[in-house]
Ligand binder design. Sequence first.
Ligand code: SF4
Ligand code: SF4
Length: 135
Amino acid sequence: MTTECQKCHGKCCRYFAQPIETPEDWDDFDDIRWYLCHEHVSVFVEDGDWYLNVENKCRYLSEKDYRCQNYEMRPAICRKYDTDGCDLTGDDYGYELHFLDDKQMEEYMKIKFGSKVFEKLEPKKKKSKKKNDRS
Ligand code: SF4
Ligand code: SF4
């Protein structure tokens, strides 16, 4: 364990981020809005690429000493990660966009597609039939 890691609470073992397809149309953005309805999920854009970020601690991170309880069998991605520019020592990521919840995405979609963009989600009101309407 490095000196930096000894001072850290295992920041790099408390989330994972997966690239997702760049959204292109309303449906794509609405799918991302659905991701963001879930707790502990955010979406960010870095260097033009979109990522789903899941803030969920690895089951093997000990809360007693912040060490890996699966050290011998830890996945390759864990082995490759080092303290040079890591979550503790690196600068802020400087995301181009960062959505923390679905409401932030709603606002973004209104700007991108127009303020009436969510009207299509509302159920269409049934026309009330007139008494003399035989159809
Ligand atoms: S690699 Fe960085 S973020 Fe991960 S435990 Fe060590 S100091 Fe913390
Ligand atoms: S397997 Fe170990 S090193 Fe990898 S994320 Fe989990 S606790 Fe961290």
